[in-house]
Design a protein around this ligand. Structure first.
Ligand SMILES: CC(C)(COP(=O)(O)OP(=O)(O)OC[C@H]1O[C@@H](n2cnc3c(N)ncnc32)[C@H](O)[C@@H]1OP(=O)(O)O)[C@@H](O)C(=O)NCCC(=O)NCCS
Length: 170
C-alpha cells in the first residue's frame, strides 16, 4: 500500500514549512528546534560533508523533519572512529521528529521507512550501515528504532552526551 506520508528535500522555498513544528515540552531536551538544525546542517556542509534535510509531509501538510548525513565522523578522535568503523562511509540519521500534534499515529514509523528507503537507494554511494544516536530515556525513539532492527552498541555509550549509538545493517 502506498504511504500517505512523503519526504521533501528542504529548499529555500519550503523551509518555512518545518519552522514551526514542535515536540512536547518533555521532548525538548532530545533535540534542538528545526531552524537550529537547518543552520547546523549548513555548517556541516561547509565542513565538506553531505547532508540531506527533509520535511516529512502528510499530503501537503508538514508534520515532521529529519536529517541524513553521509560519512559524518562519530567523534573528532581518530582512534574512536577507527573503532566504530561502521560510522564511516555510512549514513547518519539525526534530528528526526514528528510534530506533537501528529505523534502516536504511526507517522514516525512510516517516515522512518521512507528515510531507510532513501538511504538504501545510495544517494551518495551504496553503504552497508546506517546509524543514529539517542538519549536512553527517549523510550519512543528507542522502541521505534529497535523495531527497524537498529542494534545498540553499548560500549559506544557517551556519558558526556548521554547518548546511545545504534547501528542498522542495510
Ligand atoms: C520518536 C518520534 C519521532 C516517534 O514518532 P511517532 O509518529 O509518534 O511514532 P509512531 O506513532 O509511528 O510509533 C512508532 C513506534 O514508536 C514507539 N512509540 C511511539 N510513541 C511512543 C510512546 N509514547 N511510548 C513508547 N513507545 C512509543 C512504538 O514502538 C511505536 O510502535 P507501536 O505503536 O507499533 O508500538 C516522536 O515521538 C518524536 O518526534 N519525538 C520527539 C523528537 C525525538 O525525540 N526524536 C528522536 C531523536 S533521537
Amino acid at each position: 500500500m502506498e504511504s500517505i506520508i512523503h519526504l521533501e528535500k528542504i529548499n529555500y522555498l519550503n523551509w518555512h514549512d518545518v519552522e514551526d513544528l514542535r515536540v512536547t515540552r518533555e521532548q525538548k531536551c532530545f533535540l534542538p528546534d528545526n531552524v537550529t538544525s537547518l543552520a547546523y546542517a549548513g555548517i556541516v556542509r561547509e565542513a565538506g560533508f553531505q547532508v540531506f534535510t527533509f520535511g516529512i509531509y502528510k499530503g501537503d501538510k508538514p508534520i515532521g523533519f529529519a536529517m541524513i548525513g553521509y560519512d559524518i565522523p562519530y567523534e573528532p578522535d581518530d582512534d574512536l572512529n577507527e573503532k566504530y568503523r561502521f560510522t564511516r562511509s555510512s549514513y547518519f540519521i539525526w534530528r528526526f521528529m514528528i510534530d506533537q500534534r501528529y505523534q502516536g499515529k504511526g507517522y514516525g514509523k512510516e517516515a522512518m521507512k521512507l528515510i531507510l528507503d532513501f538511504v538504501r537507494s545510495g544517494p551518495c554511494r551504496q553503504s552497508e550501515y546506517a546509524w543514529l544516536c539517542y538519549d536512553p530515556e527517549n523510550t519512543a525513539a528507542r522502541k521505534l528504532y529497535a523495531s527497524f532492527g537498529f542494534e545498540e552498541v553499548p560500549e559506544a555509550y557517551s556519558a558526556e552526551d548521554d547518548e546511545i549509538l545504534a547501528v542498522l545493517k542495510l
